[in-house]
Design a protein around this ligand. Structure first.
Ligand code: NAP
Length: 313
């Protein structure tokens, strides 16, 4: 299949590109950054240089594809997120979404995988895993991706061949897992946790997240929503303690930060994200025949820790 990945140079995109090439797809990446093309071309990827906010070759290319996986988004991670920052994120996200759908000819493109996130569904509570029909109030980043998701849903009812996917906590050897746990543990620094909170996580190994997107191009249904998480939801403290064990740290330093301090340092959006339960089931994804490479964190975390430690040596 010919697959175009927007955001193919980002956290999820980098792994998605590897999995797509490995699966034998003719893989295209749209990036604004010419410097990234050489490394991608070495992987056998065809690079399209372009900015989705500007007209360019990408708009024509998009309709020559069998499928598009849309990951391009404004940056989210690594800084304090005030309401103002989040509103500008929402605006940027929606602009990218509109430009994407404006470029697509629904008669030509066979399938679009549009990537959202479980924060759209809101706080799941910790009692039982919730499914795609659950709708609380969007939490954390949720309110700021909602305009894009609502727009994508409208376009689907107009006949665009899209499925919306909602990954939960995507873990791998970089991004939040590295910053929150791996790096501090490696350098004997304290691991930070929120005092009085151990919200549920629904982890998904980054390779399985990428594989699920590719799987749904073929086996998902147009117009359907799919939650992407693995088979075991768990309190975040259990996940943290497993990482500590795998990193071989016997006397970890834990810094328990009160909510008000978290709010001050990270801002209201990330604080809300860090305190809401993400207890979601991927039953619907599983019913399409998807098989996990890492069915739970017990299989996935050792691989991530080993890969990260290898990168340090
Ligand atoms: N990270 C997570 O744990 C997580 C969990 C659930 C859902 N999600 C969702 O998944 C998506 C991707 O997340 P991520 O963490 O992989 O993002 P990321 O690392 O921040 O990457 C963002 C990508 O967007 C591209 N991009 C931004 N503006 C663009 C523009 N104007 N034109 C073309 N490309 C543009 C960038 O490409 P260039 O800079 O190369 O142009 C980059 O590759 C987001 O929608 C996010 O909300 C993420």
């Amino acid at each position: 299949m010919h697959i175009l990945i927007t955001g193919g140079t980002g956290y999820i995109g980098t792994v998605l590109v590897e999995e797509s090439v490995k699966a034998g797809h003719s893989t295209y990446v749209l990036t604004r950054n010419k410097e990234k093309s050489q490394a991608l071309e070495k992987q056998g990827v065809k690079v399209i240089i372009g900015d989705m906010l500007q007209d360019g070759q990408w708009q024509q290319k998009i309709n020559e594809m069998d499928a598009v996986i849309h990951l391009a988004a404004p940056p989210t991670w690594g800084k304090k997120v005030t309401k103002k920052v989040a509103l500008s994120y929402a605006d940027g996200h929606l602009q990218l979404t509109k430009r994407l759908f404006e470029a697509i000819d629904p008669q030509q493109l066979k399938r679009l995988i549009f990537v959202g996130g479980t924060s759209y569904f809101g706080d799941s509570g910790n009692k039982s895993p919730k499914t795609e029909s659950f709708q609380a109030e969007p939490k954390g980043w949720g309110p700021y991706i909602s305009p894009s998701i609502k727009y994508a849903k409208e376009k689907i009812t107009e006949g665009y061949p899209a499925s919306i996917v909602y990954p939960a906590q995507i873990y791998g050897p970089s991004s939040w897992m590295e910053q929150l746990y791996l790096q501090p543990l490696f350098t004997n620094k304290p691991v930070t946790s929120l005092k009085g909170y151990s919200p549920y996580f629904s982890p998904i190994h980054i390779e399985d997240c990428a594989r699920a997107f590719l799987h749904l191009i073929e086996y998902g249904e147009i117009g359907e929503d799919y939650i992407i998480s693995d088979l075991q939801q768990l309190p975040s403290e259990v996940l943290r303690d497993e990482i500590i064990k795998l990193m071989g740290v016997t006397d970890p330093k834990i810094r328990a930060v009160p909510r008000w301090l978290c709010q001050l340092v990270l801002g209201p959006v990330l604080t809300e994200y860090a305190t809401a339960h993400t207890n979601f089931s991927s039953k619907k994804l599983q019913e399409t025949g998807f098989k996990f490479r890492y069915p739970t964190y017990k299989e996935g975390l050792p691989q991530v820790v080993e890969a990260w430690l290898k990168m340090q040596s």
